[in-house]
Design a protein around this ligand. Sequence first.
Ligand code: SF4
Length: 259
Amino acid sequence: MAETSLSRTRRARRMNAELARIHPDAHCELDFRTPLELTVATILSAQTTDKMVNSVTPTLFARYPTAADYAGADPAEMEALLTPTGFFRAKTRSVIGLGQALVERYGGEVPAKLADLVTLPGIGRKTANVVLGNAFGIPGITADTHFQRLVRRWAWTAETDPVKIEHAVGPLIPRMEWTILSHRVIFHGRRVCHARKPACGACALATWCPSYGDGPVDRDVAAKLIKGPDSAARARAAALGLPVRTPDELAELAMEQSA
Ligand code: SF4
């Protein structure tokens, strides 16, 4: 029998609650202190990892503390700083263009409206939602590649266009949770539900996931696929027959084992 929208909503909310339990540390993995820093970091994150971006931004943010500093930057100097992030010429153009647009149109400040943000160089809807949600506390869904893959696997939506995905998922989850939901889903996509081999046999969402079995269901095999800072502890829990656990439970388990 086809799933009704009510039961899909209930299932999505149950999965969101479980995601909250297993990824209580979910957060924006880009380092920033101000809306301007987050906007620049998000532009730089295209086609590279947050870790790579975090390795260049301390120097970049110290060298260019304001929008006016970006606006007046020497392109060659900035390109040299941005080289490790890839696509450094395009990113340099976007960041300098961003600085110029902010100075010319917004008094050097990052605007807190989606309609304004998407008019700025290098900023699409996804980047705008990251900035609104994490720098201004305005709820937004970040439909990045992890988010798109996971919500389709979970049959929360069949849409493939990121904007349509955003509009389909929004009504399933309370608006005030949109930003943290995005972080939880991205955390799960990075650590457990991988594109090629999802760790189904070690996944705490298996009960509600219509794609259970897309990856190995054998516990030991699945446990080895888990990634992230606490991957060893999570893999150990999975191998013992416990689904992916919270950090507190993992710490307890580690203490029990060493006792
Ligand atoms: S059961 Fe498998 S496909 Fe479903 S969320 Fe978990 S890892 Fe992903």
